[in-house]
Design a protein around this ligand. Sequence first.
Ligand SMILES: [Zn+2]
Length: 316
Amino acid sequence: MISFGIDIGGTFIKFLAINEKGIVLKNHKIQTPCYLSSSEFLKCLAETINTWQKELKVKKAIIGIGIAGDTDNKKGILRFAPNIPWHNFKIALGLKNLTGCKCFVSNDANMAAFGVYKKELKGKYKNILVLTLGTGIGGGIIINGKLYQGATGTAGEFGHIKVGDTKTGNICACGLRGCLESYVGTNNLKKLTLQAVKNNPKSKLAKILEKEKFSVKLLSIAAQEKDKKALLIWDYFGTYLGHALSNLILIFNPEAIVFSGGISGGSKYFMPALRKVFEKQKIKEPFKNIKLLISKTKDIGALGSALYALSMKNEK
Ligand SMILES: [Zn+2]
């Protein structure tokens, strides 16, 4: 049995194939062809899977798909996604018809959470939250060692919980105001950085950004060089994320929170402000010994998707 994992984001799609022991046999990355119709897009996905089925001489295979949007995990449908053009998209059925493989679909951050739990933590903590930090902010919840997807498959949409004023706060890609993503997502970090550069054209941050386009990594480099504005932006990031996590900790009381995604590389700079928010909490116990970890596995979303499909292979 081979399991194919597909992680579909707004910018890239990552494919990988694993065997039943979880060993990665193949991987591949393409840009998301958002210009295609949904049926053309399915053909594009099937092409890689069918080529791999031949190359690996597969007798039986399954597919796990993590997709950056609101998914119906039971029916295998992408209902809505702010950064992907196909809505109410019956992806599991469509891909099964083109590849002959049973398909399981979930939100990409849920799949990352499953991957972190199985592969990185190896079940060490049974109650964890995983946050994917990037352009979008995603979340996944493991309760008592099981992925919790909720009544409609929507559980863990942490990017759209409100941390700002819903009338005057930042505008989110989802169309509402005050969402966590509109404060700590890459687009807002970029906006804050460009504003800081404009106001302080002689700063280290400005010099760093003269040569290269904005990236979160450059913001970390500027913080490393003790640029005051860069440190302030990381402080802002840690404070907003800290408040959102405090709410989540009071709800879920997890043993560990794991960060993945591009912005998690800046943890050294945002962790102090985040911990400060935790220290101010009046209900102390759930915050005291909580583990804050960074996911180190490459393509954890695609790997988690493939592992999830393996775990589901006897369902339905
Ligand atoms: Zn939102």
